[in-house]
Each structure stands twice: as C-alpha cells, then as structure tokens.
Design a protein around this ligand. Structure first.
Ligand code: DX5
Ligand code: ZN
Length: 233
C-alpha cells in the first residue's frame, strides 16, 4: 500500500469542516476524525451525527479514531454509517475481539489503538483481527502536542511482528507528526501518518500533505532501512 497520509480535522476550522476536508482532498488518502467523549480523554469533540454529515460531503474515506469509553457499544454505528475505518482503543474496550469483528462485518476496516504506555506484545495474538494498528505518539486528547520519541522502539517492534508474520495490516501513528518527526517514524516502520497541526496549521493543507508524504517515502525507502536490513538502524 505504501505511505498514506490521514490529516486530522481536529486542527481544522470546525465551523467549516466540509471546506476543510476539500482542502486536503487532492493530496490525502483519508480524513482522520477524532471522536472524544471527555471521559476516556479530557476533551470533547464530536460524535456520530457529525460523522454522518461529513460522510455526505467528503470525497475522502473517513478514518474514525474513537477516543471514548465503551467503544464496544458505540463503534459499530460508525462502521454502519459508512466510515472506511473505525479504530477503538484497547484500554477502553471490554470485548475488543467481538467489537473488531463487528466493525469488519459492517464493511469497515477495523483499527486497534494503543496509548504510549500500552505494550504491543500483549496484543500480538489479536493482530489477525485488525486491519490497522494505531500506536499513539502522544497521550490522546489534544492536537499540537510534542511527538513522543519514547514510542519509536515500540513502532520498530510492531513492524517486526507484522513483517515477521506477513500480516496485511497497516501501522498508523498519531500525534506530533510533522516535518521534523515524520522521517524517524517512517524509518521505524510506520506507514500511515495522522497529522493535524502540521497540515492545518499552515496556509496550504494539500501541499503540506504532499511534503509530508515525500519525506516519509524517502525515509521508508532509504537503503539499509526498509529493504531488509532492519528499519531504523
Ligand atoms: C490526539 C488526536 C490526534 C490529533 C493529532 O489525541 O488523536 O489525531 O489530532 O494532532 P497533531 O498532529 O497536531 O499532533
Ligand atoms: Zn487521532
């Protein structure tokens, strides 16, 4: 699949969301929508009615990141509404296998998200149930935070697990991705990059996406990294 960029509208103008999605539509692969409930994270954003409205106006598939309590109850509705991808947090799910299967059965890609302190090894057996593993590179809740380099070894280990078992899933990272950090995340093995502030903080969102993609592709393709010598070394 190669490198994919999923800009987060958390950093966009919430009064003009359809226009803000149009502003990334020629360069981005997905639009990342952060659903926050003020319980799982200390911030409140939007929910299903807004996602349903955006689905009617988005030329891009929607990548729903649910930072909410009780995703087992709420996630299936986002998939049924037509989101292309629905990601739940393992820290919040009580029945992740059932919920991931329900998301897939509704026709969406099923994503599993891990906070920075959550070990990936504990979920090794679940990777066959997911289409995308999301490793948070900030503590979830807010845009514009600093990238946590402490997560880089986990990205490398996740990449080894995925490649070692030849699993088809994508490895997404989210938080603090910008022109200064995307290369080392790509070298470590991430292939789907969420970026909020780095895309919507400037004047040309589409161009910001193109620049980030070029950087990630260069870093992922660097000889001695992605081609069999171990990424990130
Ligand atoms: C944070 C959200 C992110 C956020 C990223 O909890 O999940 O998607 O929008 O924003 P930046 O790229 O600005 O760190
Ligand atoms: Zn997110």
């Amino acid at each position: 699949m190669g490198i994919q960029i999923s800009p987060s509208i958390l950093s966009a103008d919430f009064a003009r969301l359809a226009d803000e999605i149009a502003a990334i539509s020629s360069a981005a692969d997905w639009v990342h929508v952060d659903v926050m409930d003020n319980h799982f994270v200390p911030n409140l954003t939007l929910g299903l009615p807004v996602v349903e409205a955006l689905l009617k106006h988005s030329a891009l598939p929607i990548d729903c990141h649910l930072m909410i309590e009780d995703p087992d109850r709420w996630a299936p509705a986002y998939a049924e509404a037509g989101a292309g991808s629905v990601t739940i947090h393992v820290e919040a799910a009580k029945a992740p296998v059932r919920t991931l299967r329900t998301i897939r059965a509704a026709g969406a890609r099923a994503g599993l998200a891990l906070n920075p302190a959550t070990p990936v090894e504990a979920y090794s057996d679940l990777l066959g149930e997911v289409d995308m593993l999301l490793l948070m590179t900030v503590e979830p809740g807010f845009g514009g935070q600093k990238f946590l380099d402490v997560v880089l070894p986990k990205i490398r280990r996740a990449r080894e697990m995925i490649d070692g078992r030849d699993l088809p899933l994508w490895l997404q990272i989210d938080g603090g991705v910008d022109s200064e950090t995307i290369e080392r995340a790509a070298e470590a093995g991430a292939d789907v990059f969420v970026a909020g502030n780095a895309v919507y903080g400037g004047t040309d969102p589409d161009q910001a996406v193109r620049n980030l993609r070029a950087q990630a592709e260069k870093a992922a393709g660097a000889p001695g990294k992605a081609f069999g010598f171990g990424r990130g070394h």
